[in-house]
Unconditional design. Structure first.
Length: 157
């Protein structure tokens, strides 16, 4: 089973059709014998960010109110049933602060990267394959690579 961490810029692509959506959905929806093929992880702040992105797209009239409501309901259902939603704790905050001093990151981007780094460390310690970090933000992907993570930008697919 492959493990993927999605920041909100990548996750929203599963709920709104845009560049990179097909690739993102292929990772999220991959199944073998009716069971998820990939572990999909997000930080709990990602829930708020995706909800905000959907609302913004509705306000900008890029999607309809119905599309926004369905997208949000589906996303929240997936968070409860399908995704591994990781909580933020003081260790993550401390690492995120440190990341802001080493890399050109915005606050929540540093939190996403900190969560992914800690999850990756746990996977490796348990002799599991390393995590792939997924973000549509080129700066964040570069920072993830500089921190030793595999990183993919869905806009490249």
């Amino acid at each position: 089973m492959a493990a993927y961490y999605f920041d909100s810029s990548a996750m929203v692509k599963h709920y709104i059709s845009e560049r990179g959506s097909t690739w993102v959905s292929s990772l999220i929806e991959a199944e073998t014998d009716g069971k998820p093929q990939n572990l999909i992880a997000i930080a709990e702040i990602g829930e708020v960010e995706v909800a905000a992105a959907l609302a913004k797209r509705r306000r900008m009239e890029e999607i309809s109110t119905v599309q926004q409501r369905i997208g949000l309901a589906t996303f929240l259902r997936d968070c409860a049933r399908r995704y591994h939603v990781l909580q933020i704790d003081s260790m993550i905050i401390k690492l995120a602060i440190d990341l802001t001093q080493r890399r050109p990151l915005r606050g929540y981007d540093a939190v996403h990267l900190a969560v992914a780094l800690i999850l990756n460390r746990a996977l490796i310690e348990n002799k599991l394959p390393p995590l792939t970090f997924i973000s549509a933000d080129g700066v964040l992907c570069a920072a993830a690579r500089e921190e030793g993570l595999l990183a993919e930008n869905p806009n490249d697919h």
